[in-house]
Design a binder for this molecule. Sequence first.
Ligand SMILES: NC(=O)c1ccc[n+]([C@@H]2O[C@H](COP(=O)([O-])OP(=O)(O)OC[C@H]3O[C@@H](n4cnc5c(N)ncnc54)[C@H](O)[C@@H]3O)[C@@H](O)[C@H]2O)c1
Length: 351
Amino acid sequence: MSLAETSTTGWPAWLQTPGFSDLRGKRVLITGGAGFIGSHIGRALSTLGSKVVVLDDLSGGYESNLSPGCEFHRASVLDDGALRRAVAECDVVFHEAALVSVPQSVAEPEKCAQVNMVGTQRVLTAASDARVRRVVFAASAAAYGNTPTLPSREEHTPDCWSPYAASKVAGELLLQSQARCSGLSTVSLRYFNIFGPRQDPSSPYAAVISAFLKMLLSGKKPTVMGDGEQTRDFTYIDNVVYANLLAATSARPFAGEVINIGTGVRTRLLDVLARMGEALGVDASPSFAPPRAGDVRHSVADIGRARELLGYAPVVDFAEGIRRTLDWAKTVPSLAGHAAGAVAAGRGSAA
Ligand SMILES: NC(=O)c1ccc[n+]([C@@H]2O[C@H](COP(=O)([O-])OP(=O)(O)OC[C@H]3O[C@@H](n4cnc5c(N)ncnc54)[C@H](O)[C@@H]3O)[C@@H](O)[C@H]2O)c1
């Protein structure tokens, strides 16, 4: 059975990786666990039988995203007392909480530095004091900026075009120094463009696929920022959850290593739109707006290090990921209603 398939237990095969059973019964903290990626990590851990603890201030996430039965602390990563209560007796911390928007970081650079840099150090100090076994950090491919050499490799010099990118690189360095100073095992996963169910399409800073989804389902002409020739390594959510679990359970003595998590395949924004329009049976021809401040032009991961250090390989490809994301959208009343309307009103093209 391939890792992409679902077994008779109803679990995807990748979730049955033998080492993941080590997490059964363990207390694990997910900062930002009410958000898109954190909530998927939480559900996978609940399925595995971990005691999931979430610390999230709900500035971008939703309580409805939490897995049933999880222990929820509504607080900021800047709140040291709450952090220490949440992290007590945890085996692993998945640090996902962050100010995640590139444009917001350009508008509010100090807030970005507070949450993403000071907040990350507080998580590390609290985890180290609580003798957590490992911290896995959500780093970002934004670190690569407009590097002309593709695919991006971890040893490339960072090229930061936004306070967000700089804060994420700083987070990696904090993980490295914490490992050296206190012996805390840490590892940073540089996510490329992650997409899938529960990604928030209503945010003014919505990631591109969920923004396209919302526009297409509401029958609006989609807007592309820039010329649409930009490329990204669009990575379905299961891949990043799989990588996090591999990083958390690996027997390697990680001490601040940085590892790309993507698929190694680049896709143009215009091709994403075309594929989504085709699958939905709607006209996806876009209008164009100026590019967003701080956005990079091309991005694709070299996943050789992830393969070598984690045994990682993508478990769900782009086409299957888009199909699952559209299937999910059809179950969300606020999105699905629009879908039916868009097609019934004759805005659909031949599928
Ligand atoms: N989605 C992607 O494509 C992508 C790519 C690269 C890196 N990342 C990183 O992955 C992580 C998760 O991103 P996401 O896409 O799930 O975003 P998200 O906005 O859905 O989740 C972030 C969560 O962090 C919470 N949060 C924000 N500030 C907080 C604070 N001060 N204290 C506590 N909680 C706080 C939000 O409420 C939200 O629930 C982030 O660190 C992000 O930088 C995401």
